[in-house]
Design a protein around this ligand. Structure first.
Ligand SMILES: *[C@@H]1O[C@H](CO)[C@@H](O)[C@H](O)[C@H]1NC(C)=O
Ligand SMILES: *[C@@H]1O[C@H](CO)[C@@H](O)[C@H](O)[C@H]1NC(C)=O
Ligand SMILES: *[C@@H]1O[C@H](CO)[C@@H](O)[C@H](O)[C@H]1NC(C)=O
Length: 368
């Protein structure tokens, strides 16, 4: 065979491999990321915009009072400093991120002032949990992921020096008192966390297996490098589970069932807590799109924020947060009690709310 012919053969084989790769691997991923998806708006007529509260990554509802706690930042700083998304311009970071409470009934917004928190690296917030204290239900533990600038080295190379900050507040109060900072080498790229009612322990997701570098992009193709880390005040930190894919939001039910969102693969993973506080997977529930964080309501249903257009979020909204909006979805996952539960459909996935234009924090509630 002539050289030309050999080259042609090689090209045909490569094209076939690339085509197969596209069909088998890449296409389903791009479809989950929203390629070709037409937004199907629903459940969004009863929405309220809260203009004071911007760039709030996490919301936690205090169910007995109906008050919502939010971990907020500024839209301007996010494209510069969000280490989980490889945004490492520490000069542009907001170090004065804050926790706010919002009462949907009265519309009152309270930005909680910190007490006794003196870190010069401040607060650059991400995931959060707010848990009523087991000893006094009007006292709340606030667990926060804080993406601190590293003390030395270029953040692009060494990554952020992320910590978890624990604060204490009172329901209805306007301050939160500093309790402790948790630092540990296992806190690689912490994203979201769920804390215990004694203020002593939490489980936090790492959304990548390493802090920086191109290798992280392989996770988009299904590489499973993410984890959940368990930390206790006196016992320190350890892995609760490793080698999961796309770990992001985390929530726990009172009975020890945990839910972890696979943001990349668009799945909700169900896990059971073991006696040693590690987690094992018991179920995986599929959805059709990328998702973010999860909350559990008083009925035990799990609410998850979804991205109908993840590519718009990552490549357009992120670069220009005040101009390009990113559409969002709210899913409800519940136990399927209908007849098809018999045939293996253990969970029901309802798309409760879909909006093409979320620019600000939006409270989207359904009257049932
Ligand atoms: C979930 O995450 C999205 C985007 O990261 C955020 O806008 C939303 O408020 C969060 N929701 C909850 C319930 O934490
Ligand atoms: C980093 O952030 C600062 C402050 O917002 C900004 O002036 C600067 O242009 C940013 N640098 C890059 C490379 O984006
Ligand atoms: C725990 O509660 C959830 C509802 O929040 C339920 O789906 C799950 O089956 C329960 N797990 C156990 C082990 O009872």
């Amino acid at each position: 065979m002539g050289v030309g012919r050999i080259l042609l053969n090689i090209l045909v084989v490569l094209a076939a491999i690339a085509g197969g790769f596209y069909q088998l691997k890449l296409k389903p991923i791009l479809v989950k990321f929203g390629q070709g998806r037409v937004i199907d708006p629903r459940g969004n007529t009863d929405c309220t915009t809260v203009p004071e509260l911007k760039a709030c990554e996490k919301l936690v509802l205090h169910q007995p009072s109906g008050v919502v706690y939010l971990a907020c930042s500024t839209q301007e700083s996010r494209p510069h400093w969000l280490p989980n998304a490889q945004r490492f311009n520490a000069t542009g970071a907001s170090r004065t991120d804050y926790v706010a409470s919002y009462n949907p009934q009265s519309g009152k917004v309270t930005k909680l002032k910190t007490v006794n928190f003196n870190s010069p690296r401040g607060l650059s917030l991400h995931g959060m949990d707010v848990v009523a204290s087991s000893s006094n239900p009007s006292e709340l533990w606030v667990y926060l992921v804080n993406h601190r600038e590293p003390l030395s080295g270029d953040p692009k190379v060494v990554g952020a020096d992320s910590s978890v900050e624990v604060f204490k507040t009172t329901l209805g109060g306007s301050t939160m008192e500093y309790v402790r900072t948790v630092e540990d080498p296992l806190l690689l790229t912490p994203n979201d966390l769920t804390g215990t009612p004694d203020g002593k322990a939490f489980w936090v997701t790492n959304d990548y297996g390493v802090k920086t570098g191109l290798i992280r992009d392989l996770d988009l193709l299904g590489r499973a490098t993410t984890s959940v880390v368990y930390c206790h005040e006196t016992e320190g930190c350890k892995y609760a589970i490793q080698n999961m894919h796309g770990n992001n939001g985390i929530a726990q039910a009172p009975n020890g069932t945990f839910y972890v969102v696979n943001a990349i693969g668009g799945q909700l993973t169900v896990l059971e807590k073991q006696a040693d506080n590690t987690l094992i997977i018991t179920d995986v529930i599929e959805s059709d799109r990328s998702m973010d964080n999860a909350s559990i309501d008083s009925e035990g249903d799990v609410w998850v924020a979804g991205f109908p257009k993840a590519l718009v979020l990552v490549y357009e909204h992120f670069a220009n947060p005040t101009k390009v909006v990113s559409p969002s979805t709210a899913f409800r996952f519940s136990i399927n009690t209908g007849p098809n539960s018999f045939y293996g459909q253990k969970f029901k996935v309802d798309r409760v709310c879909d909006r093409s234009s979320y620019t600000l924090s939006v409270a989207c509630h359904r009257i049932t």
